[in-house]
Ligand binder design. Structure first.
Ligand code: GRF
Length: 191
């Protein structure tokens, strides 16, 4: 049976994309393309290294959010994926995207707590003894949408923001591939 197809959207470092490619590509899913809105994203080299087709679609080439989303939707549809995976894709999306594309996102906090770009730091400074990571369906509201998978990361008394951040990313790299399989309904639990 043919592998299910995913398209990955990213804007930066691409460490989640790397983990998804390493754990799933060619075995459990086919990563048919990686699309970025940032032509300087370090993730571009990572995707290329794995032989993944990279598409660069700078949002700055478009006059409005809607115009960008329309082009993005058209680009994704060229690849006809079963699922679109946001991995550090730093864009709010309009209904043009959400009404046409089934997508998931990963966020480095225990949603619905600490939405937004400072999820790790706000978790760390909250006084809570656990933070975590969440995978959720994408809606027009930032870091909202039904939660698909979620795991805790302890915040240790000995942690610095750096040590906590490193453990959060490690947890993300574990959880996201598993959650993608769950959504694709290939396999329910651990990869
Ligand atoms: C991750 O922490 C993810 O949760 C958030 O953006 C970051 C992306 O990191 N949405 P990377 O580009 O995957 O390394």
């Amino acid at each position: 049976m043919a592998l299910k197809k995913i398209v990955i959207l990213f804007s930066g470092r691409g460490s989640n994309m790397k983990s998804i490619i390493e754990k799933l590509h060619g075995q459990k899913v086919d990563v048919v393309a990686a699309i970025t809105n940032n032509k300087e994203a370090p993730g571009i080299e990572i995707a290329k290294k794995f032989g993944i087709t990279v598409e660069i679609l700078p949002h700055t080439d478009f006059g409005s959010r809607e115009a960008f989303d329309k082009a993005l939707v058209a680009k994704i549809k060229e690849y006809n994926p079963d699922l679109t995976v946001l991995a550090g894709f730093m864009r709010l999306l309009t209904p043009i995207f959400t009404e046409n594309i089934k997508a998931v996102n990963i966020h480095p906090s225990l949603l619905p707590l600490f939405k937004g770009k400072d999820g790790i730091k706000e978790s760390f400074l909250s006084g809570m003894k656990v933070g975590g990571v969440s995978v959720h369906f994408v809606t027009t509201e930032m870091d909202s949408g039904e939660i698909v998978a979620q795991e805790c990361v302890p915040i240790l008394d000995s942690d610095t923001l750096e040590t906590y951040t490193a453990r959060v990313h490690e947890k993300e790299h574990d959880l996201y591939p598993t959650a993608i399989l769950k959504v694709l309904d290939i396999k329910k639990f651990k990869t």
